[in-house]
Design a protein around this ligand. Sequence first.
Ligand SMILES: [Fe+2]
Length: 183
Amino acid sequence: MTRKEALDSIKANVENENLVKHMLATEAIMRALARRFGEDEEEWGLTGLLHDIDVELTEGDMSSHSKLGADLARELGASEAMAHAILCHNPTHDISLETELDKALFCVDPLTGLIIAAALVRPDKKLAGLEAKSVKKRFKEKSFAAGADREQISQCSQIGLELDQFIELGLEAMKGVAADLGL
Ligand SMILES: [Fe+2]
């Protein structure tokens, strides 16, 4: 599967631009993590890119969300490892995270929302001037971007990263694709 094929499939299945941006942000952080850990950047990036492809198709049914996504990813040519990471990123299924790829996607997913929200409350609404320490401060404010599950973000410890390192890496990765994110 090429990145273009993955993106074409996303465009065919997802109308909400913010959801597409969330997937692009997830891809960027997954790529940065893969580079840091010497993993396969395409595999990790495309897993992040595709992980929520079924959100509109499943219409909020959390019991089918990510099951359909894993199937769609397989149809596009994703490996079993990629499909498994997509399947278990939805905590509803309570499937244990086995691989580094599973664990990475699980903690990256909510981090994107926290960083986007932290950028949007800035006067310029841009990522460029946002500092990791501000994101960390927001992390501690429980009511801020409450949907960004702090417990899940903290699972970065499972891939050997301190929260500070994880936030910094995620923020830098998202700054690298700021134009695509409209931030
Ligand atoms: Fe997601």
